[in-house]
Write a protein of this length. Structure first.
Lengths: 324, 324, 324, 324, 324, 324
């Protein structure tokens, strides 16, 4: 089971110019075969299905723990898409019957507006829903690890290509971070295979054949050493990561380490309403008022108790002024 | 982001007689349209995509927090399937070239053996992979909540029907627990709708039209009050649940409450290897030996550090004897 | 647009011994590539999309009118499946928490019980949902007709094979009727192609290579001449059928005719509740009582105004006694 | 079974400027999860599968009758798409080997030209085929009605968003009409739930949170009272609608009524051929000539007997002149 | 079983201006329902599944042999797409972290860049993967042939429409050739049906209703007689083609003939690397060097032994200079 | 392009007792994610899409050539399924209206009878159609090879599990052969990766962790050295295989070799008609007679010119007697 934290694993930039077709490309990192839903679900199922886990505890711990990190990656990809779609219809004056979505009629990805609320969908860059066929959970540990190494390789490839296609700052912040963290997982699974079989897979790195240090948006994370450490995403469990994840990094030679804490992360941006798609409503100010009353009735503070990265702007902000 | 705990939300019975076709029915609760993957992913996406969340914090907290509980439900369904499949091929002497899978040639669900490792798959009872079309995240809060109420209704229906079809003790323990917890979520979303619109949905309960108290396997959980409380699955966030989840339970009239801790849960059973499907290997004892050495080399204790419900039996157990 | 009649195109037998796996085979005639949903949707879309229809009126009328007949075929297939599933769980004493679905745990088609209410689903014999890829609507009249001739050939083949697999009286009544009516459509599309191109396709009949008169369950319909006539399913339109559908039947030489009325048909059986799947409820007698009161409040007769083939039996019947 | 009428439920404007990407958006209302194929097929299957229908006649009649109206909605969406695609390739001089489709090479929806004949397809705005997973037919009446209320809510949302995205007159005429009629169905299912359970769902309206009267294209229909009446789409059956559909409209307070006739409707436009896609042929004038001869041979009038909204123009019209 | 030849069945032009959206249209001819994967797989499965083949040898030989030709069509479509995508990102200076894919962010088909390596995918023009539902293999010879005639009709239609949409020289060379060869297969299956049943299908030609001789890009092939001859794609087998494929061509009256050899064909173009998508690598010159050394170590000639249409240009060419 | 030979790569046993559910398991090797359609299509697409192939010729030749072998594997899997289904309905007296398919009403795989002609389908063991998502063709050579190694690992795993589930002699002959040949491909791709990167993957073998020599049905092929040699499936091309495929076998240490010929193979069994499914017809003797006449009219020998493994028996045989 899990506990959830209302934070992102890394800071993302605030909304800027909307980038509808860029957002459609980023969907590949969400719901594509090699997207973050795939890494999350592969490792979740492999950990659930792990037989004889006590005897193979270091490997079980590795897979089970990386699954937890991937949840945060799904959140990051979603937050990026949402940021890029903010403003694709007017944020302050886009209410029906105005033709507020006419500006995205020629966009590649109609579902962002017709099905979602200018928000991320569990689908790839062509709108194909993610599906369970992307999960490989054979029960055979070596086979599963072989798959995972391949999966992380494909995932790294996808991130690089989205990087090259989309220059929006949110997309760049996302891919810079994910390339570094995905690289760690790629190493982790290679190392696990090496430990089990004795094979030396070191020379397969980097794959695709470009070191992350060449990517400017990766560099800050590399400087902080994020490319060599595995976080332990549990206050109580998965202690045996270090039995597998150790030795020199295959590209840099630095020592691999396990961090017993999770990243500090950063608060989410509270993205403004998009009334054209009724997100969260045609009249979000009404919801704000109801929420306030409910909060009071429940003995909670007048102001929202959650932290967000921004002082919310737009409609919601003005409503707050009016209500206070 | 999340932290993961190596425990199940509720105790499950150990493996007993295998029940291959029963396990195929339980798959519906995993990867069917109304299975636990659907509840998990719906609430995860809705929380990621929530616009103006600060102003609508009680509702955001509600959805975001229930998402966290659903992760544990996915684990429970998976553990149940795996328990029911244990022994469907011999656990101690099923190695190729023996025809150890001949006994399941007529089973409904070949993928459990040919694709999975006698383990759960992200698919429904007919083997159809779960897919992202099952996620509804429109951005419109009232619409999303209307959906969620419907989803929990359909989910409750599915659990009841699996209950009636499958008498295996693990399936019964599972459905007994999920019916109670799903009922809480059904109430939570109805209450959220009521708070936002003023509609009175109380009389729609129970739906389907049978109170959980009639189900023997629900009764222990009802006695503990699990039908009236919402756990807060976060040590730090989602404090505003109580602004929505309060008032009388629509069926029993008892007061709804928020529990600021998550359930204590129970350790997983360490299910024995199934060598016919190489789970975790043709020779799991080799993996055990390697793991032991890795553990020592990393300065970890000789014995596995994780807790499991059973003293592992079968092949793995014997190996431990031999190695110690 | 359409008007609907609360009757089936042909009489079906009442429920007898349930036949779960037979019902799963009949699903192929519902949601398979060559099932009745396919014929219905192909002709509906082709009629909607028909360009230059005024100039090609006889062909437009033909396609548009056959679409209307296919709606009734979908109803017939559904009614057959439902008849065959009646009694697969107890009809009078199957309420949870009884294990009333344990008897169908080994059935091929779990969705009939876990997803449907012992009722037909828009899916094929393996549970795969029908999908729009089965529709061919190219806009090119000759191409569409070539497709339709092929579609009816494949559909006839499917009906024959279900006939050979399933001996349940409802399945036999269904396939006997559909083979005759599908044969008429096959002739109609062949004739249309002949009229447009001059090709002589007469000798392609019968395809598959067995005349319907060899099938005992076809014979009563053949005796009534149903193999040579096209019904006009409209009180006001589609008058030009006879411009295409005429000349000798390619197998028997009898004259093809157009009947300006639709079949008289027969009332549906009112199939009894299946409380194990809550169809229509855990306590159907409550619904009956509510319905009665609503009827009275609306100034309608005390007794239901619709006609059904049976004096409803089982739970519902007893309730009626009690209430009257 | 049904009878079909060669009319649309409401008048649509004639072709004007083509709008290829607008037409791709309208596809969502055809084959999307919440499109008209979904409403049609949900209610058709629920009516077929209704157990104990005699005892629950008012509810059966309601579902069965709305199914019939939805057929007409599918026709309307199709006619709209076809209107919007008319002229996307030349209508009078677009024959191969000319590159007459070069102008739509960058359009979002290649299938309109490469698979369809500049005509509607049973697919959504991304080209994903409609599929049977969109049908919910659980057998449990309350569950099915809960679903239907949700479905109509989602459908209304989709119509509003397409309205905001597409300003083409045909799309606006369509969405204006469907918003009003879908609103009636939403009320009908809410009322049915209220009747069965006693819950008061009135305050959930409107959902999404904008009254149809704000939409200019809805206003003419509201003036005619179409927002408060349910048509009975049967000359002989479904008399018990009024037992459920009565009382005040939840938004306006006006009395809900049942109209025992169906709408008068309007004739279809006879859309001109698009020879680039061979619809209906490379040389439609040949088909016209054949049709004329067939008509005569069958003793039918010289001129087509069907009514269309336009005096057909373009190629076909000229051919008529030439032939007469 | 097969032997493969490193040649295309017909010469294609070298890369010129890239045409990303044109390439997306050509995908329909690859992985669409009527694309070359469909013809290949239909005939392959029908030949594998042919029962009583010895007694029906001429028909078996026909289907089995055409399957072999279709492999070459798949290659041609793929080569065309790849040619059209060459240069969509820079071929000589497109390495990450440059935004070398920014130019295709608005292209219809992101998968060409994010999933493929600027290469063909087994999917249609909307990115939907080809699937086995497109294969019809009923076992009934007449039914299968009826299908094949329809399939070739639909395929011809698709080719014509792509021809009209895409003016890129590679697409035109492709469709010109395939229209001629597909036409031969259409005739072959019609003839087979005629032989088996006696029906005269001659007048159904051409379908769609335009003779290939009107298409300029078809004319060179017609001049060579490619429209009247069936190649025998086997040095040893399928001798009985001529028993079916004979008589006059239905459009031109020329005699149909069997050619006991396969086409001479032409070498492939060696398309240049696209480093933005790592095809074949970030540093293709390294691979070239490794290949050279491996070749030498194996006693093979220094220079590649395979033939290509071009003296490879771009990066690879320069590398060769540098290495020699 | 290819030439086809009317032979199987290895001899299969003749039909014996039918094994319907065994045949459904073997479908996984046909159309499952790791089935032979996947290996065929992956390597076909990778070879088509190979950029800079001249400079990387040894790797191109390797992939392109293995694609050719996989065609033969698809044939073998199909022939096996067909063999196992022979006799599942009567072969000599199963004509409609007899209920000749009643015996397979409870079989897992209705599509074998209702859709196919007791023949193989391009689908997996649950009836899910193979689809193009199973193809990985990234353009990046190292990534593609990493995938291929993983694919062959998964494929080997599937073959082993089918081996353990199905004891029918045809299934055993099939899996014995494919395990050996798949093992060669697994080695080939590992070796290619080693050549390109310098990594040593030798110790990953065998994976799954059981040497093929333990499988009795593999042993005859190992004795012939089939586990160490790569066939060159081209009379003229792909000469550079040996530059990659050399060195010691990772399990046995024997030298890897390239065989410049393809296997001699064996003729197919001419499987008898199954009239219940009209394969190849209701009256196959009529087809035989027609074929004979066509053969004569074309100047071909009286007797079929193709070779089959058996003197055809059953209906067809008797017909031959009667006709001669």
């Amino acid at each position: 089971m899990i506990q959830r934290f209302d934070r992102l694993q890394v800071e993302l930039p605030p909304p800027s110019d909307p980038d509808p077709n860029g957002a459609s490309a980023v969907q590949e990192l969400m719901g594509g075969r090699f997207g973050e839903m795939s890494t999350l679900m592969n490792y979740l199922f492999q950990s659930i299905n792990f037989r004889g886990r006590q005897s193979a505890r270091p490997f079980y711990d590795l897979v089970a723990n990386i699954a937890a990190e991937e949840w945060g990656h799904v959140e990051l990809v979603g937050a990026t898409i949402n940021t890029m779609l903010t403003g694709a219809s007017p944020t302050d004056d886009g209410k029906a019957p105005k033709a507020s979505l006419a500006g995205v009629k020629d966009a590649r990805y109609h579902h962002h507006y017709l099905v979602g609320g200018q928000g991320a969908l569990p689908a790839d860059s062509h709108g194909k829903p993610w599906n369970g066929d992307y999960v490989f959970s054979s029960g055979d540990l070596i086979e599963d690890l072989t798959h995972n190494f391949f999966l992380e390789t494909g995932a790294r490839s996808g991130k690089l290509r989205v990087y090259e296609m989309v220059e929006h700052p949110a997309a760049r912040a996302l891919t810079g971070y994910l390339l570094v963290r995905g690289g760690v997982h790629q190493v982790a699974y290679a190392r696990a295979l090496e430990r089990l079989t004795g094979a030396d897979m070191t020379k397969l790195f980097p794959s695709p054949n470009i070191p992350t240090e060449k990517i400017p948006e990766c560099q800050p994370h590399i400087k902080k050493g994020l490319h060599t450490k595995l976080y332990r995403f549990s206050p109580t469990d998965y202690h045996e990561l270090s039995a597998v994840f150790n030795g020199p990094h295959p590209e840099t030679g630095e020592e691999l380490t396990v961090d017993d804490t999770m990243p500090e992360g950063a608060p989410w941006h509270d993205l403004p309403p998009q009334p054209a798609v009724f997100a969260p409503d045609y009249a979000p100010e009404d919801i704000a008022e109801i929420a306030k009353k409910l909060r009071e009735a429940a003995g909670l503070p007048k102001e929202p108790t959650g932290e967000v990265a921004n002082d919310p702007s737009g409609v919601v902000g003005r409503v707050k002024d009016k209500l206070s």
